[in-house]
Design a protein around this ligand. Structure first.
Ligand code: AMP
Ligand code: GLY
Length: 438
């Protein structure tokens, strides 16, 4: 293949990060994309955006970013046309599309997860809640854009949430709820590549789900991230893959699912050992923004191997090279996010190329939700999570310093961001590594 042509599907920050990583060695066409994506680090023309559906685009590889098209069977439709795809078919995507199915697979695979029950009516759910010590967690079974999970500190709050979800607050996604015990510890996003048999972990990452510093405020899609995690050594990552991921891949394979794509285990490292909080069938957002820029291998080569089922040959050591330095992403969100979003204000500090007017070394502005009224017009706020300011540096402290230096150069009315991303100690008040039983 000369310069491969890769189609990225999606329009958020994760997909912008994917485009930039792939454009290091490929020509990228993104659908539908966003105004920050075209051009890119590879120079003008290296990344182009189109509104054409992926089935109508010719490419050597298709990388599907978000969960919704995966759950909807886009990977199956592309594979039926003979295309190479990174992303599971609808069968594998059920791991994220139905939390009840995910729990069933985890239990069958013998992977530790929070004690839980699945309910379609209020009374049995209430009875179950009363058996749990609290805090209580209530989740919609189906996809809810990262907003379907409530961690309740009182039984009354948990019961009210069950009632709201089952009475249609989340439409079809909430027809069934998963009720579970709340776990405590530090969280880790363990993202692996899987070609159906072989599993290769990427750098472990941490994201910041709550809106405000010190993990206060409502859950969001994610307000920041960093990778790798200094508190998790390589041997511990390998053990987590062995215990929390490999049995799941084995179990879905046993069910006849040929899973070629990204698998993301959301883990809670508790005093009683690691537990799976959730499985996602795609890269995390904003974890992709920090995991991809520190990847030493050529992402095009690795993802082609995922799609073609030859990961064991492409990564013979079974693990990727140690990451190159560290990366920090600070998400800047619109006023009102996550309940609403004030849109349309011009973003100061960003030029017409979508990057910092006054650059900071190692910093890239990732566009998650921006828009433009004219091709060379100013970049405007387009939605809830607007930008991800990503800094790469030799170490985490320097990456954090650069990221916040860049954040200070960008502004719009009502912009909100967390100031404690990658702060030490971690804001989750993580127990010391020695207290985390693996
Ligand atoms: P999920 O979409 O299932 O990962 O949930 C989103 C977030 O809710 C997680 O990243 C955790 O911060 C929190 N969460 C989910 N399940 C639990 C649990 N059993 N105990 C404590 N926190 C949880
Ligand atoms: N950052 C959380 C997610 O992508 O689900």
């Amino acid at each position: 293949m000369s310069v491969p042509r890769i189609c990225v599907v999606g329009s958020g920050g994760r997909e912008h990060a994917l485009c930039l990583a792939l454009a290091r060695s490929a020509e990228v066409v993104v659908t539908p994309g966003n105004p920050g994506m075209p051009g890119g680090a590879g120079g003008p023309g290296r990344i182009t955006a189109t509104s054409a559906p992926p089935e109508e685009l010719e490419a050597d590889l298709y990388v599907i970013g978000p969960e919704a098209p995966l759950v909807g069977g886009l990977a199956d439709r592309l594979r039926a046309l003979g295309r190479r795809v990174v992303g599971p078919g609808a069968d594998g995507a059920r791991l994220e599309g139905s939390k009840a199915f995910m729990k069933e697979v985890l239990v069958a695979a013998g992977v530790p997860t929070a004690r839980h029950g699945v309910f379609t009516t209020v009374e049995p759910a209430r009875e179950f809640l009363r058996e749990l010590p609290g805090p209580w967690v209530v989740k919609t079974d189906g996809l809810a854009s990262g907003k379907g999970v409530t961690v309740a500190s009182t039984l009354a709050e948990a019961e009210a949430d069950v009632r709201a979800k089952l009475s249609g607050a989340f439409g079809g996604a909430g027809r069934r709820v998963v009720v579970e015990e709340g776990l405590a510890g530090s969280e880790c996003s363990l993202i692996v590549l899987c070609d159906g048999r072989t599993v290769v972990p990427m750098a472990p990452a941490r994201d910041y789900k709550r809106l405000r510093d010190r993990d206060r405020g409502p859950n969001t899609g994610g307000m920041g991230s960093y990778a790798p995690l200094p508190d998790l050594k390589d041997a511990e990552v390998e053990e987590l893959v062995e215990r929390m991921v490999a049995p799941v891949v084995h179990e879905i394979r046993r069910r006849g699912i040929d899973y070629r794509g990204v698998l993301y285990a959301g883990l809670m490292l508790t005093a009683d050992g690691p537990h799976v909080l959730e499985y996602n069938v795609r890269l995390g957002d904003p974890e992709a923004q920090v995991v991809l820029p520190i990847l030493r291998e050529d992402p095009v080569e690795v993802l082609l191997a995922v799609a073609e089922g030859r990961l064991a040959r492409a990564v013979p050591a079974g693990r990727l090279s140690p990451p190159e330095g560290a990366a920090v992403c600070v998400v800047m969100a619109a006023q009102g996010y996550p309940t609403s979003a004030r849109m349309g204000d011009a973003i100061e500090g960003i030029g017409t190329d979508g990057q910092l007017v006054e650059p900071v070394p190692g910093v890239t502005v990732i566009h998650a939700s921006t828009r433009r009224e004219a091709p060379d017009g100013p970049v405007l706020v387009g939605g809830g999570r607007v930008l991800g300011i990503v800094a790469v540096a030799p170490d985490l402290a320097e990456a954090r310093r650069r990221a916040y230096q860049a954040v200070d150069r960008v502004t719009w009315p009502g912009a909100q961001w967390r100031s404690d991303v990658a702060a030490v100690p971690a804001p989750e008040a993580a127990p010391a590594t020695s207290q985390v039983a693996l």
